[in-house]
Write a protein that binds this ligand. Sequence first.
Ligand code: ADE
Length: 352
Amino acid sequence: MMKKILTPQAVETLLGWYRANRRDLPWRHTSDPYHIWLSEIMLQQTRVEAVKPYYARFLETCPTVESLAALPEEKLLKLWEGLGYYSRARNLQKAARTVVEQYGGKMPASFEELRRLCGIGDYTAGAIASIAFGIRVPAVDGNVLRVLARLQGSHDDITQQATKNAWREALAEVVPEAAGDFTQSLIELGATVCVPNGEAKCAVCPLASVCAAAKEHLTDEIPVRASKKPRRIEQRTVLLIRDGDRTALRKRPPTGLLAGLFELPNVLGHLDEDALPAYIRSIGFEPLKIERLDDAKHIFSHIEWHMIAYDVRITPEFDGFHGTSGMLLVQNDDLHANYAIPSAFAAYKKYL
Ligand code: ADE
């Protein structure tokens, strides 16, 4: 379907609404492109309230692109600990190094150059270009797609790249002079008024009078998303292996899920207490006492971990890296200060 888009009058209405109703968010007090870039990366797949403390802490440690480029990887991952999707942090740093090497530490002020940086796609390049540099380019994320699809009453599948491209091209035609406010106004409307899951607040929407979905009561049906593949469920057995004030950690492989992060040792399947001692010996420890802990569940984008867990006390002979199993015994205060443990293990971190 051809995309019909906001009239100049509707754009003005939306801008007026945004200026009167916008939330007071930390990244709306800055025009530093690096800070806006960081906020946009953190806000991908992550709620505003969850991002706020991370954004503040990150900028205390890394106030400039140069400081980010020079940060050791473990410190970077520690700053990102609990935020998830850690490849975002690694890509951010890779791009920061490019900005230092190719642009003297200053973010490039063009959509095309931003788009070429690691981890920056069409949406993020559009968001930084419009918000930080006032360039008249569109930024279309999930929030914005929902708003646009409802305005037009479009049943096109918004997970399709062709649908996203069509909306981006249509939106490009109407970006006003106030490009940054326009980008944020669409995001804000999607986040606070034109919300998903049958909760759209059409009664307070500035665009309700020009919205097809509002008029025809279609906000529960639109946007259309092709049904996603169900997540794969993995049963895992997690081990809290301790000898007093040290806990066993293992570094994950350099690619794939939670790449390169430290984790509590764990194994596929639910091992019962009879099978455990042999497994624990196979990874280099001698168990003294084993106790079952609470079960826990963690949901990743494509996988669910259904975890059982055991507290395993070991004899304190073990020292440092174990040759074959990649295992490390770490003092608990060192662990808290210096190791990023993914949120998947949150249920067991309270024991450390
Ligand atoms: N989500 C993505 N970008 C955002 C922004 N600039 N403000 C609030 N929520 C957002």
